[in-house]
Design a protein. Structure first.
Length: 504
């Protein structure tokens, strides 16, 4: 399906070459379709292009919409519904026919802002909740996403396709979703900006779920300014998503307020307890930039994450079973699966395609959970939130008299490993923000052996404007970030290859 749709896009672009000069939106979309067709076969970042994209663009041109997203091509992760002929698969063959012909509210907001949905991005199947031994960025529908920095490296997940597509320059605007790290990890590893908003700022309606406690869509872009523009478009209340009831009160034009001097005089906590994993040199360089911009840095050496680590998975598995059933039963498509038990049975019936690389032990654990009324689930949920939010981020901010926290986001990309699965060297403190439901921004901070790593900015609930300003100030001081070179392997790069040869 993927190859057919990309070939169709090429035919559309080629057939119209002699036509009159297209207007801005159509020109932008044709260029994006051309880049996808030329570049993406080596990445697998786009699961399908939308055959209505050019018609969408023409409608935008005819409307003469103005604004930062007017006529801009946008890719959305393939667990987000969009009206049109494309299914919303979450990467699974079980949802290959999930054509719902409805826009998720966040997609409707994008269209209202003049954006054109040019396609769906590949992802870790089921947003990486099927197995602990998975390969991030792999789905049965789309295959595995490759990093544009080194094609044998993982693009992280679960919003792997959105991260790789933006890094490769296919589009400048993409939407990912995060439960814990699924926006910020692929953003960091692919050298782009990613923002996980406060849970409840952006609607989750018609998005294939894991957890109503932690799920949120978020922007993935090359720059902080573009992330702010994208967030402005998608933020807002949705009557169908109770978590968003306060969103309209907190949303604003996030791009209009960006100030390159935002770091001056700000006290920022340095999460020393969440550092290491090969990022130390890049992180110290980033801290020096923050100091130069006038930030006052306060080291925070310790934090106990044991309560969080103990309780998060039971919460996710319990909510997965309940929320997935609600989503599947609510799909108007003629699906053969309407519950998590149905998905487990489907995978067993299609074992070669779905489970040739790893299993579904997390699905099976989730199926055994006892529902949202289970006292053990309620206790775990309360304990985890308290430890990550009021006694976590909020307490760290208050005790250290700081406005935000910083740390390295993730290690550099690991190699795609079909034998051992993901082999990550570690991770930062993004889990705190994920479990608390607080915002987390990552901005590229440097390269480690030619591979990107990101700088995380974490703050209290509804602090998106603050974090975007701090990230923008840092980004402006850091200067232009390198672009990927599509090396077959980082070991083939001119900086690394000579060092692997005998030196005598």
């Amino acid at each position: 399906m993927r190859e057919l749709l990309i070939t169709t896009a090429l035919i559309i672009v080629g057939a119209s070459a002699a036509a009159a000069q297209p207007l801005p939106a159509e020109s932008n979309v044709r260029a994006a379709l051309d880049r996808i067709a030329r570049i993406d076969p080596q990445l697998h970042s786009v699961i399908a292009v939308d055959p209505t994209a050019i018609d969408q663009a023409r409608r935008v041109d005819a409307s003469r919409l103005r604004g930062p997203l007017a006529g801009q091509p946008v890719l959305i992760k393939d667990n987000i519904e969009a009206a049109g002929p494309l299914p919303t698969t979450a990467g699974s063959l079980a949802l290959a026919n999930n054509v719902t012909n409805r826009d998720a509210p966040l997609v409707a907001r994008l269209r209202a802002a003049g954006a054109v949905i040019v396609g769906k991005t590949n992802l870790s199947e089921w947003a990486n909740i099927r197995s602990n031994n998975s390969i991030s960025g792999w789905s049965a529908v789309g295959g595995v996403v490759h990093s544009p920095w080194a094609l044998d490296r993982d693009a992280c997940g679960s919003s792997s396709g959105s991260g790789a597509a933006v890094a490769a320059g296919l589009v400048r605007f993409a939407i990912g979703t995060e439960t814990n790290g699924s926006v910020t990890c692929p953003a960091s590893i692919n050298g782009i900006v990613g923002l996980k908003p406060t849970v409840g700022l952006v609607s989750r309606t018609h998005v294939v779920p894991i957890s109503h406690t932690q799920d949120t869509p978020g922007p993935m872009t090359p720059t902080v300014l573009e992330a702010a523009k994208l967030l402005t478009a998608i933020a807002g209340s949705d009557p169908a998503d109770p978590a968003t009831r306060e969103a309209d009160k907190h949303r604003r034009d996030y791009a209009a307020g960006l100030d390159a001097n935002s770091l001056k005089g700000k006290r920022i906590g340095v999460m020393r307890f969440a550092t290491g994993f090969g990022t130390d040199t890049a992180f110290e360089t980033a801290l020096a930039v923050l100091r130069e911009r006038g930030a006052i840095l306060v080291d925070i050496k310790k934090f106990d994450r044991s309560i969080i680590n103990k309780n998060e998975l039971p919460i996710l598995l319990t909510e997965l079973k309940a929320d997935m059933a609600t989503y599947l039963k609510g799909s108007p498509a003629p699906l053969g699966v309407r519950s998590l038990a149905d998905l487990i049975a489907f995978d067993k019936a299609h074992e070669r395609q779905e489970m040739g690389l790893f299993g579904q032990e997390l699905f099976e654990q989730a199926e055994k959970t006892k529902g949202l009324a289970d006292p053990a689930y309620k206790k775990a949920k309360a304990a985890a939130f308290q430890a990550a939010g009021p006694l976590g981020i909020d307490k760290l901010l208050k005790d250290n008299k700081v406005v935000a926290l910083v740390g390295p986001t993730m290690p550099p990309a690991w190699k795609i490993d079909a034998v051992n699965g993901d082999q990550s060297a570690g991770g930062g403190a993004g889990g705190l923000a994920a479990i608390a439901g607080y915002p987390h921004l990552t901005v590229p901070m440097g390269l480690v052996r030619g591979l990107p790593v990101g700088l995380s900015f974490i703050g209290p609930k509804w602090s998106e404007s603050l974090l975007l300003n701090l990230g923008y100030s840092y980004e402006q001081a850091r200067g232009p970030f390198p672009v990927p070179k599509f090396y077959r392997s980082i070991e083939n790069s001119p900086e690394i290859a000579p060092l692997l040869q005998p030196q005598l």
